[in-house]
Design a binder for this molecule. Structure first.
Ligand code: HAM
Length: 415
């Protein structure tokens, strides 16, 4: 027997209410904040991700699904949504639209991660990007939208972590100091961090190992190295967040797993969780569009994993509204009645009334049992007598009361 590939999951019918609920809220919040939907291909040229996410990141180094297509080009299944959106923004001249250009997506994402609770090799993200404006009020709006989205879903007890990692002007000096600090501690670092020390020193702050975390907590802080512009930007952002009453915590160890970030970085997670439990994260990426061949274009965005949202909603014992399903069942006695039932079902569906119909030579008792287990509100019964008199029996499945009505009255009655 085949099974779904490791790290992937089927979303079965009984799970769908959670998914529709979460996606619906994502669409609603996007409309509320003025974002338009964009869908990009599931795979892109590998270079796009190597260039944007960075070749010294775990994602590009270990986690991308890359393959050669028959034409010999190297393609990669989308490991995140920001770079494809920027690629599309450039390719289709969206820069001609009024700024910021606000785009959102609901997309499947592929990362060759070690599967565990909340960590999959195929997951789904709701993400949004605001492109073309460097004002910190936009960072605050992006953060507030994430917060608002989680609250609207009914998630509570969340924490919001915030940091600024500076820009290409001020970060190099910080990185030199950070490397010096960790070099002195090199013998205590885990093997991954020894590699990070050479390849991606900012990520030393983000190690999940206890000893490395202890060292990181005492490490030099990026906010102490910000240039005057970055410092002003960060202070203004904090002011805006305070005005919006968003309960953020400044976390100087917060860096992100993708190299394109500048200035603002932030993450939202459960208050009692640790770094692996992050529900969503984002930040500013002012150099990415330039890096991809466009004009200098500041941008900021956020993405959240739908699996993690649903996991947390379930943990908090929240409920997703049930999906609509047919409320009417048509039962019959005899073949002619079954044919009439099919015509009636078609007519009712055309006016928007959901109908299920029994098929085959089942007893009326068995059909009513089926109607009960389907959870319909009404059963319409057509028997020989009803055929003769152009009527039906309408049975209320809750009270079990039934009455004969003319077939012409049925539509109005059900509506
Ligand atoms: P990210 O933090 O890599 O950011 O991913 C965003 C969210 O996707 C995470 O917070 C988490 O909820 C979910 N996620 C990531 N990996 C997995 C996984 N293996 N299994 C399940 N869920 C996962 C980005 O991808 C950036 N593009 C976000 C962004 C948008 N920054 C600016 N704009």
């Amino acid at each position: 027997m085949y099974q779904a590939p490791r790290g992937t999951q089927d979303i079965l019918p009984q799970e769908q209410a959670w998914w529709r609920y979460t996606e619906q809220k994502a669409v609603e919040i996007s409309q509320l904040y003025g974002y338009s939907r964009i869908d990009t291909p599931i795979f892109e040229n590998t270079g796009l991700f190597v260039r944007s996410i960075g070749d010294a990141t775990d994602i590009v180094d270990k986690e991308i699904y890359t393959f050669d297509d028959k034409g010999g080009g190297s393609l990669t299944l989308r490991p995140e949504g920001t770079a494809p959106v920027c690629r599309a923004y450039l390719e289709h001249g969206l820069s001609n639209q009024p700024k910021p250009v606000k785009l959102y997506y609901l997309a499947s994402i592929f990362r060759y991660d070690r599967p565990q609770a909340g960590r999959y090799r195929q997951h789904h993200q709701f993400g949004y990007e605001a492109i073309g404006d460097d004002n910190p009020i936009l960072d605050a709006e992006v953060i507030e939208m994430a917060w608002h989205f989680f609250l609207s879903l009914g998630l509570n007890k969340l924490s919001l972590q915030l940091n600024s990692i500076g820009c290409k002007k001020c970060r190099p000096e910080y990185l030199i100091t950070l490397r010096k600090y960790f070099s002195k501690q090199a013998s205590s670092l885990c093997s991954d961090c020894k590699t990070r020390l050479k390849k991606n020193s900012l990520r030393l702050l983000d190690c999940k190992k206890l000893r490395c975390q202890q060292l990181a907590s005492l490490a030099p802080r990026s906010i102490d190295f910000l240039c005057p512009e970055c410092k002003k930007h960060f202070n203004q952002l904090k002011n805006y967040l305070e005005q919006l009453k968003l309960p953020f915590t400044a976390n100087h160890c917060l860096v992100r797993g993708l190299d394109y970030y500048t200035r603002t970085v932030f993450e939202v997670g459960p208050q009692d969780g640790n770094a692996q439990d992050t529900i969503g994260g984002g930040g500013r990426y002012d150099d990415l569009i330039l890096e991809l061949g466009g004009k200098p274009t500041p941008a900021v965005g956020f993405a959240t994993g739908l699996e993690r949202i649903i996991l947390n909603l379930k943990k908090q014992k929240a409920a997703a509204p049930p999906l609509p399903k047919p409320k009417v069942f048509i039962a019959h006695v005899g073949n002619t009645a079954q044919d009439e039932g099919a015509k009636l079902a078609s007519k009712l569906r055309r006016i928007g009334i959901g109908v299920l119909q029994a098929s085959g030579p089942k007893s009326l008792k068995a059909q009513l049992r089926q109607a009960n287990s389907l959870g319909v509100r009404y059963t319409v019964i057509i028997g020989e007598q009803e055929l003769k008199t152009a009527s039906v029996i309408l049975r209320d499945m809750i009270s079990a009361r039934q009455k004969i009505i003319s077939i012409h009255q049925l539509e109005d009655k059900l509506k």
